[in-house]
Design a binder for this molecule. Structure first.
Ligand SMILES: Cc1cc2nc3c(=O)[nH]c(=O)nc-3n(C[C@H](O)[C@H](O)[C@H](O)COP(=O)(O)OP(=O)(O)OC[C@H]3O[C@@H](n4cnc5c(N)ncnc54)[C@H](O)[C@@H]3O)c2cc1C
Length: 381
């Protein structure tokens, strides 16, 4: 670091911290980004990148690599076994990216890190922030490894259990869902299209099947108790009970699997003095609709461009505007994901009725288009 006081200290080098670092580096600021992990995570996790995310990343040199690597899925469908209930068309959206881009989070992070390196930046790791203190002009983070770091502003991109949020006294209010989610990246043969994200709303429960690069598919399902490591037999049973019937899907291999419980929480405020929150530090919700990482990347670009303007002498009230706007965006997304989750996890008793209503709604073009705008993030332009 050339200057002993950095412009911005970013805590956390997940997709959100890395995005903010790329934007700030490109805008010519002195950025320090730290992460407590010795290496970046190599697990798949969030697999959906929406059109709006690609639009806002466009000026920062990562989109060509993402678009070249990911699978372009122009349609998102809801099915009850073989019966189509609703087709949500992304292909008609007025954007240069009229599709959902399917790519593992590890690869998204790799492309962001490559771009950061190209711009001359790097992640300092392992470096665990253990405390944060603010004075009128700076913020200082103490680390368990090495010297404290001082900066004009701190961006908390340190995830759901954010220390920066806790140390700033910001509450993270909400609750948790009872269901657990099973997650598996698999190789499949049989009757699953390669250009569609499919939500099977079957009478036996939900299963999502979505294509990933290299001929893999992402499977997500709600179950009472998800196994730690879903195996072939487990995923096959889910698809047999909930997936396509006429041309069944056959699981050849489970490449990666995990499970998670879902919380829905939003930080009460997104700014405390010189600390701004972004990504999972500010909001967590169900993966229904694949919104989490996308919203976080939007937070990151907005936070970084706003900080850049304030560092260039514009009023600090811009930071309050950031905090208010991103909290409102989080409320809207948490509510959309909540409604989709309630639909997806409806009790067995109401599932037939739900599917009838869904099929009727699916015949109304305005309903399908509205859903495409909301899921793609284009309604937040
Ligand atoms: C199993 C799993 C599956 C998921 N599936 C989906 C999905 O299908 N769709 C979806 O949209 N989202 C999904 N998510 C959520 C998605 O991964 C997150 O929304 C996304 O990672 C948020 O990015 P982030 O950068 O805000 O936080 P994170 O990715 O959590 O990154 C935070 C970083 O901060 C670092 N850190 C934390 N504390 C400190 C500290 N004190 N000092 C220094 N560094 C620190 C951590 O090491 C970490 O690298 C999934 C998550 C998991 C775990």
């Amino acid at each position: 670091m050339k200057n002993p006081i950095a412009d911005v200290l970013i805590v956390g080098a997940g997709p959100v911290g890395l995005t903010a670092a790329v934007v700030l580096e490109q805008l010519g600021h002195e950025v320090v980004i730290v992460d407590r992990q010795a290496e970046g995570a190599n697990t798949s996790r969030a697999a959906v990148v929406h059109p709006r995310t690609l639009e806002i990343l466009e000026p920062y040199g990562v989109v060509p690599a993402l678009v070249a690597r990911g699978v372009h899925t122009p349609t998102f469908t809801i099915r009850d076994r073989d019966r189509l209930l609703m087709a949500v068309p992304f292909s008609a959206l007025p954007t240069a990216y009229p599709y959902t881009l399917m790519i593992s989070q590890a690869e998204t992070e790799k492309f962001l890190l490559d771009r950061l390196t190209e711009l001359g930046g790097k992640v300092t790791r392992p470096a665990t922030v253990t405390g944060i203190a603010q004075d009128p002009d700076t913020v200082t983070a103490t680390l368990s490894e090495g010297e404290p770091i001082r900066a004009r502003y701190l961006l908390a991109a340190d995830g759901m259990h954010s220390l920066a949020r806790e140390q700033s006294g910001i509450r993270f209010t909400g609750g948790s869902y009872a269901e657990s989610f099973t997650l598996a990246d698999v190789r499949l043969t049989g009757g699953v299209p390669t250009d569609e994200v499919i939500l099977y709303f079957s009478p036996a429960g939900l299963v999502v099947v979505a294509p990933l690069p290299d001929g893999r598919y992402r499977i997500v399902a709600t179950v009472d108790e998800a196994p730690h490591n879903p195996d072939i037999a487990f995923v096959q049973r889910l698809l047999d009970e909930r997936g396509p019937r006429t041309r069944p899907a056959v699981v050849e291999e489970v490449v990666w699997g995990s499970r998670f419980r879902v919380h829905h929480r939003i930080a009460d405020v997104f700014r405390h003095g010189r600390v701004l929150l972004a990504g999972d530090a500010g909001h967590v919700h169900s993966p229904a609709g694949g919104q989490g990482m996308n919203l976080g990347i939007e937070d990151a670009v907005t936070a970084a461009t706003t900080l850049s303007r304030v560092l260039a002498g514009e009023p600090e009230t811009l930071l309050d505007d950031y905090a208010d706007a991103r909290r409102r965006a989080a409320e809207a997304v948490v509510s959309l994901a909540g409604r989709l989750t309630d639909l997806a996890t409806a009790s067995a008793r109401v599932r037939p009725m739900r599917n009838t209503v869904m099929a009727l709604a699916g015949k109304v073009p305005a309903v399908r288009n509205r859903l495409a705008w909301r899921l793609s993030g284009l309604d937040r332009r």
